[in-house]
Design a protein around this ligand. Structure first.
Ligand SMILES: [Mg+2]
Length: 235
């Protein structure tokens, strides 16, 4: 059976530092037309959330009226996309690819029984910018991924990627052929909702002790033991 491996981006493949959070603040300031307190964006926990969900929470925190939030979320996301694209050149300086990732993506790419893409809260364009900045997109078929731009609710995203992969490859990817790899409880919830397997890694905001005991199929400190990770994802 062919496997579909769906990677989360932030905290799983790469760490971006300020480039992951600051663009939200710039976009929000622009849309609201007023200055916000410095580091306003840090009042919203972003790990594991989709970009539309983060934008909405920030707007509500900035006391935008509920009936205006939908329209303003769209405006924030539009600016976010532009801000992030403008930072692409600096991403490799501010951020880093996490241990084992390049070797792992390359290794799995050589396996004809494995198809790799992403399942991320990022808008599709933002995921492409981040992965492209680090050269990781060469091993991932981003056209079959599932993104925050497909649904603000991450738990809806496994079927989106399965559907795209099936169309592209002409074979079905049943839920138990799918692995979601992520760094937060939200990645696990999304995998569970979609009937997929889940590997969690403690390279994001959550420690291994926070991730263990949640019911993931496997929990690792990081992805550096690439032969073990490959074995897990083929199991
Ligand atoms: Mg993440």
């Amino acid at each position: 059976m062919k496997r579909l491996v769906l990677w989360d981006v932030d905290g799983t493949l790469v760490r971006l530092g300020q480039a992951s959070r600051h663009p939200f603040q710039v976009a929000l300031t622009h849309v609201l037309g007023r200055e916000l307190e410095e580091q306003f964006h840090e009042r919203v926990e972003m790990s594991g959330k989709t970009d539309p969900q983060i934008a909405r929470e920030l707007l509500l925190l900035a006391e935008v009226a509920e009936h205006q939030v939908g329209e303003e979320t769209a405006a924030v996301l539009e600016h976010l996309e532009a801000e992030l694209a403008a930072l692409a050149d600096r991403m490799p300086e501010d951020g880093r690819v996490l241990p084992g990732v390049a070797e792992l993506l390359g290794g799995l790419d050589a396996d004809p029984l494995v198809v790799q893409s992403v399942l991320t809260g990022n808008l599709a364009a933002n995921a492409a910018v981040k992965l492209g900045a680090f050269g990781l997109d060469r091993w991932l078929d981003l056209s079959i991924g599932a993104y925050g731009s497909d649904d603000a609710d991450r738990t809806q995203l496994v079927p989106v990627a399965r559907g795209r992969a099936a169309q592209r490859h002409g074979v079905a990817f049943p839920p138990d052929s799918v692995w979601v790899v992520g760094d937060t409880p939200a990645d696990l919830a999304c995998a569970r909702a979609g009937g997929a397997h889940c590997l969690l890694v403690a390279t994001g905001r959550f420690a291994r002790s926070d991730l263990e005991g949640l019911g993931a199929d496997a929990v690792l400190e990081d992805l550096s033991d690439t032969s073990m990770v490959i074995e897990i994802l083929r199991s």
